[in-house]
Design a protein around this ligand. Structure first.
Ligand SMILES: [Fe+2]
Length: 649
């Protein structure tokens, strides 16, 4: 498949790419798409859907504006739910005041026939290896994936009368990265595990056009490489990649040379070729092969067992390799496109340590990353693609601000709804007034209380940004372990992130721009750090307990922090709480972690939030303008061990 490609690259030019041009993959011409007016107001409503891999989602775009977007997991309470996003679709339609009959277009984020072709071709190429995996995947293809129009008809209760559009997977990622960005013109880079055939792509966005000019193809994939190490270090693939990144600062990259020499061949343009003898994701049911195990001194770590120095060193090594590849790719894209702004999407774009390096060391002046960079964001990209690329409509965004609306795109619950819920359940609560809301909540955080916070529209994407968050005091040394062990029930090494007032960010962190989506890691300013003796010989827990800065709860082992900046325009209720916290303490930031326990999706409704509040040792719960104190709540009856309901990630 790769024969004849130049040695310094394994990228395909899209125009030469047979797989993209010759297959009957349901692409509709622009003329085939109606310019309807089904909602009676002269507006065009486009529903985007992603499903059947992981992180199913729906997004509604009206006349180019993002009306709503949500992940299915939040409603079904199954993390990374890959089933058809019926609940997310309903939520988007409700937000838009629509029924399915009023949709002008429904678009799916990838081309299932092309994906099926990859499955078949891969199986034939490696047969009989992979027969079991092939057999396991076929029923779902036969039942649902090959009959998507039927499935979508069923989910929309046969109310949608139009035709379905299918965009390509990386086209959806690219559209989700460029169209909501504040740029009129930018380079685009996407990378993930795999879409149809593509595992990465780059090109340009100009006005209402995106054009991907080069792609990298399965099985050679940066996302799959990182996931293989996620699996090997005992974390869950497509979920635990964040943990591997968080573990990296505890290790030394002693395996880096081995990875570069044995596992991958990194080309000059950053494209990579995997040495498939070390991987088993094509033919087997595991990510890595026996040969991989021999290279790294034994079998994979069993989930939930002790994390040793080997795992930490492996994490440090693959993280370092990934960062170098990302930088190399970015440099190549910069050279090819000659544009100094970059838009990123695809699962690898959630690697915020690599993003931070790209910002400080890379060639681009400015970077915008889709907050829902994984496949959930594909639903949004697909919908925007139809509006701009297929219908040729202009963009609404200006050069000043992105159109992602802070990614607060999910459902919200009004005060009246929250009050009705609390009264019906007879839970004890206090109503906050405008003049004491922020100061009361900030006072609780300053007193060392851990506060669950539900306010406004739910975030779209994996990060909690102050709409469904748990908040704490970053100055306290015990906040990290308390939050990890008593609230989140997760590994004690997992770091926490701060939300800082946008105008104060550069006082605490080495950053000169806003980071509203918590997708960048940057260093804590030296003057806020404490001098350290070397950590050699100390255990992970001992290292964790060392106070490293004035804000220990959010300062990682390497003095970095994954920061979110907030301004008053984007999220006034949250901004005011932090501003009050600063007034009380002099510190303009709080700890912000997602409102959930380990293995559970982020809470969506007041009911989810209350349940999470009572199951954990959280002290205070805020829901819109209501505050609840744990000690005033009625006895919480444990009908059964609730952790049994949750599949650990
Ligand atoms: Fe993807």
């Amino acid at each position: 498949m790769l024969a004849g490609k130049p040695q310094n690259s394994i990228l395909f030019r899209v125009s030469d790419d047979i797989a993209y041009n010759c297959l009957p993959v349901c692409r509709r011409s622009r003329a085939a798409i109606s310019q309807g007016d089904l909602d009676g107001y002269g507006r065009m409503n486009i529903l985007g859907i992603s499903a059947f891999y992981h992180d199913s989602a729906a997004a509604l775009v009206r006349d180019g504006e993002i009306v709503a977007a949500a992940q299915e997991e939040r409603f079904t309470r199954r993390k990374h739910d890959s089933s058809f996003p019926t609940n997310a679709v309903d939520s988007c339609l409700r937000a838009g005041g629509l029924t399915a009959e009023q949709l002008d277009h429904v678009v799916f984020y990838e081309k299932p026939l092309l994906k099926f072709e990859r499955l078949l071709e891969t199986y034939i190429a490696y047969a009989p290896r992979g027969f079991r995996q092939f057999l396991m995947s076929i029923p779902l293809w036969m039942r649902q994936k090959l009959h998507l129009p039927r499935e979508m008809d069923r989910a929309l209760q046969d109310k949608y009368a139009g035709r379905y559009v299918f965009t390509e997977h990386h086209e959806s990622h690219a559209a989700s990265a460029f169209f909501p960005s504040p740029f009129d013109e930018a380079a685009i880079l996407t990378f993930d595990a795999v879409g149809e055939w593509a595992t990465g792509s780059f090109g340009t966005g100009r006005g209402n056009r995106t054009e991907l000019t080069h792609t990298m193809h399965f099985p050679h994939s940066l996302g799959l490489l990182y996931s293989a190490f996620t699996y090997f270090t005992g974390f869950k693939v497509n979920s635990g990649e964040y943990k591997l990144m968080g573990l990296a600062p505890y290790g030394t990259p002693v395996y880096k040379d081995i990875i570069l020499k044995e596992l991958i061949d990194v080309k000059t343009d950053g494209s990579i070729r995997l040495n498939l003898s070390y991987f088993d994701f094509i033919g087997g049911l595991r990510m890595t092969s026996k040969r991989f195990e021999r290279l790294f001194g034994g079998p994979p770590r069993k989930p939930e067992t002790n994390i040793g120095q080997r795992e930490m060193d492996i994490a440090a090594s693959i993280q370092s390799v990934t960062e170098e590849i990302v930088l190399k790719m970015a440099n190549h894209v910069y050279k090819e496109t000659k544009l100094d702004r970059l838009c990123l999407a695809g699962g690898v774009a959630l690697n915020c340590v690599a993003n931070g390096r790209l910002l400080t060391e890379g060639p681009f002046n400015s970077i915008w990353i889709q907050p829902a960079a994984g496949d959930a964001g594909g639903a949004l990209g697909a919908a925007l693609s139809v509006w701009h690329r297929y219908l040729g409509k202009d963009r609404l965004s200006s050069e000043k601000k992105d159109s992602q609306q802070g990614s607060y795109l999910g459902p919200q619950y009004a005060n009246s709804h929250v009050k009705e819920f609390l009264q019906k359940k007879q839970y004890s609560y206090h109503q906050l007034e405008k003049n004491n809301r922020a100061s009361t909540i900030a006072g609780q955080i300053a007193d060392g209380k851990i506060v669950g916070y539900l306010a406004g529209r739910m975030e779209f994407g994996p990060r909690a940004l102050g709409a469904r968050s748990i908040l704490g005091d970053p100055r306290r040394e015990d906040t990290q372990s308390k939050m990890n062990l008593k609230i989140k029930y997760r590994e004690s090494f997992r770091p926490f992130a701060p939300t800082v007032l946008e105008e104060k960010a550069s006082e605490y962190f080495e950053i000169d721009r806003a980071s509203p989506y918590m997708l960048l890691v940057t260093n804590v300013r030296k003057e806020k750090c404490l001098s350290q003796s070397p950590h050699d010989g100390l255990s992970m827990l001992e290292r964790l307990k060392i106070k490293r800065s004035d804000i220990p709860a959010v300062t990682h082992l390497d003095y970095s922090a994954r920061i979110q900046t907030v301004n008053r325009n984007d999220k006034p209720d949250y901004y005011d709480v932090i501003a009050e916290f600063e007034r009380l303490t002099g510190c303009p930031l709080v700890v912000n972690t997602s409102f959930n326990v380990r293995g559970e999706p982020i809470v969506c409704t007041p009911e989810d939030a209350y349940r999470c509040f009572m199951r954990t040792e959280m002290d205070v719960l805020v829901m819109e303008d209501f505050i609840l104190y744990k000690e005033e709540q009625p006895l919480w009856e444990k009908t059964k061990e609730w952790r049994d309901e949750i599949i650990l990630d």
